[in-house]
Ligand binder design. Structure first.
Ligand code: UT7
Length: 333
């Protein structure tokens, strides 16, 4: 019997229409467009409406990914969502709500929490389910309403994050050329205080104290996270290339997590990548956490820059701390 592989057959995304640009932030906090641009590369980010939730954005991105896959919702046999801004913090999962909004019934659905690394983590889960023969067509969604956990008086974080969603369909194939080549995902919980939302949770259940102290907002040790991101990602992408005997010149699209242009440039330089190989959306979307990588893939897809069989190198770093990289040929049309 021929071996079953997992292939990345389609991409979709949703970006909310409302824009928060650097000039608007200048009116809100002690910052400048110049500082934000120079230190992060971000010019603007998109913010969901009050009545627009993580599952709404995730469902819209998913709809597009399913349509582009040539499959129907009936073909999807597993729905996975990566988010740190779920519709509800405990239950139900956002994956369940997305499934319902898409009319996908009676299939397994669950969320994972790996912050910005969530989408690549999902890719590894989808690959394992497919290669084991348990599932055939897995919908993976990275969706975030990050604005719901941002303190817009904290200039160290509020300039960075935006909202949005991206989704992909990962399907079984026997064609080795279309197979996801490798995924490396890892974590180090000893750095959990670098990037966290202290509440709500079993440590700090919802209370007046939580609200008074703003424990429900994202907290980040920005500079420490930055340095560790550059060091870890550089090592990680070099390892995955070496492990698979792939040269950086063989990569058509380097699609990093879009947290900070300076991190992306440092890793790109370490790999000696050409400018054309590096996919950048950080200037227009900011950091959308788990949605960042699929939104970037969708961006080049819609620009007509992503073609069938082209090799993508994904790499990401986020709260946990978590990080991951993946070598993925695009198997869509
Ligand atoms: O997505 C998950 C992973 N996340 C990341 O990878 C994010 C990593 N971190 C970063 O992107 C950067 O650390 C930041 C953009 C958050 C900050 O840049 P930095 O170069 O690390 O600056 P810093 O935190 O060392 O701060 C330098 C100075 C400080 O002032 P003093 O102490 O030197 O007087 C800050 O108070 O810049 C000040 N500062 C600001 N100034 C104007 C911090 N935020 C701002 C701001 N506007 N928004």
């Amino acid at each position: 019997m021929s071996k079953t592989y997992a292939s990345f057959i389609s991409i979709g995304a949703y970006v909310p229409s409302k824009i928060l640009d650097n000039k608007m932030l200048e009116e809100m906090i002690d910052t400048t467009d110049e500082w934000i641009t120079k230190r992060t590369g971000i010019k603007e980010r998109h913010i969901a409406n009050e009545n627009e939730y993580t599952s709404d954005m995730g469902a819209k991105a998913s709809q597009q990914a399913i349509e582009r896959s040539g499959l129907s919702t009936d073909d999807i046999d597993l729905v996975l969502c990566a988010t740190v801004t779920p519709d509800y913090f405990n239950m139900p999962s956002t994956a369940c709500i997305i499934s319902d909004k898409l009319g996908i019934r009676d299939v397994q659905a669950f969320d994972i929490s790996a912050a910005c690394s969530g989408f690549v983590y999902l890719l590894s889960i989808a690959k394992a389910f497919i290669e084991s023969g348990m599932k055939k067509n897995v919908l993976i969604v990275g969706a975030e309403k990050f604005s719901s956990i941002v303190d817009y008086s904290d200039r160290g974080t509020c300039i960075l994050f935006g909202d949005g969603a991206g989704a992909a369909v990962i399907s079984a194939t026997t064609d080795k050329d279309k197979a996801i080549i490798d995924i490396h995902a890892s974590a180090d919980g000893s750095y959990s205080d670098f990037l966290m939302t202290p509440a709500p949770g079993s440590v700090n259940p919802a209370s007046q104290k939580v609200l008074d102290e703003g424990l429900n907002f994202v907290k980040m040790k920005g500079n420490e996270t930055f340095k560790l991101a550059v060091k870890t990602l550089t090592k990680d992408v070099k390892n995955i290339l070496a492990h698979n005997n792939i040269e950086s010149s063989d990569i058509k699209h380097f699609i990093p997590h879009q947290a900070n242009y300076r991190i992306i440039k440092a890793v790109g330089d370490a790999l000696k990548l050409e400018k054309e190989q590096i996919v950048l959306t950080v200037h227009k979307f900011g950091n959308t956490s788990a949605a960042s990588i699929p939104m970037a893939i969708n961006d080049i897809y819609e620009l007509g820059r992503l073609k069938e069989n082209e090799l993508m190198l994904l790499d990401t770093f986020g709260g946990g701390l978590t990080w991951a990289s993946a070598l993925v040929p695009f198997a869509g049309k």
